[in-house]
Write a protein that binds this ligand. Sequence first.
Ligand SMILES: Cc1cc2nc3c(=O)[nH]c(=O)nc-3n(C[C@H](O)[C@H](O)[C@H](O)COP(=O)(O)O)c2cc1C
Length: 255
Amino acid sequence: MNLYEAIFVRKTVRRYKMEPLDQTLLDNIMNFAESTLKLFEGINVEYRLMDQTDIYKYFNGTLTHRAPHYLAIYSENISGYQMNAGYLMQQISLYMTAKGIGSCYLGMLKPKKMKQDGSKLEYIITLAFGKAENEVYRSSDKAKRLPMDDIAIFKSEVNRNIKTMIQAARLSPSSMNSQPWRLVVYDNRIHIFCKKNIFLTGVLNEVKLIDIGICLAHLLVTAEELWVDVKVIHLDNISSIAFKKNDYVISIKVC
Ligand SMILES: Cc1cc2nc3c(=O)[nH]c(=O)nc-3n(C[C@H](O)[C@H](O)[C@H](O)COP(=O)(O)O)c2cc1C
């Protein structure tokens, strides 16, 4: 199974066997993480592989799901960093799915302020992972997602590759399954917007950008599978327009 195929069978796994994974598999996961291309090159990130003891040591908040392993991502705080982190972590999560390993994002962990922590990197998100207690796969028609018409508008006829990319985007996981992405497809461009939510402030609002990064991972993994060349671009003419319900985030140009 490759990353693209994993998109259509993945699900969040919340119950784990507590036995540790083979060291070789853990090494492969870390090698994959370190070699995965960023959405924005130049943003410094760091991965930390942890167990439960580390999680209690470094984090506050409720550990809702016990797992044998945890992978946390830390990033430099510069433009696009949350999106970049979501983009990277989702590819790692898909890699785990492809290897038969379950995973679950933990959005409620809050890093403790450590005295000697001189790191300039900011904590972003953690994935709990390990062997699933039950089934690790689910067919895509069982995924609870908004209908296509609610998340995507097609302003012109588009080819089959772009349609497949949008179908993969629709299946992206998101915090509280909020599915904040709204996609406007016009000729060879996919414009990505993020739904405004006046009830969300601070941290919860920032999580939406991790969600958008996850959605971009599904879009770009699919493009790669279909041998479609894409460019991620930011269009100033769209970002300067004020939209009532959505914020413009970024566009994908299909070459
Ligand atoms: C950024 C992020 C944070 C999440 N945080 C949690 C969490 O704290 N606890 C949890 O059980 N699931 C968490 N999830 C998983 C979502 O609830 C899940 O992806 C969504 O309900 C869709 O279900 P699915 O992944 O099985 O398709 C999180 C997902 C994302 C993307």
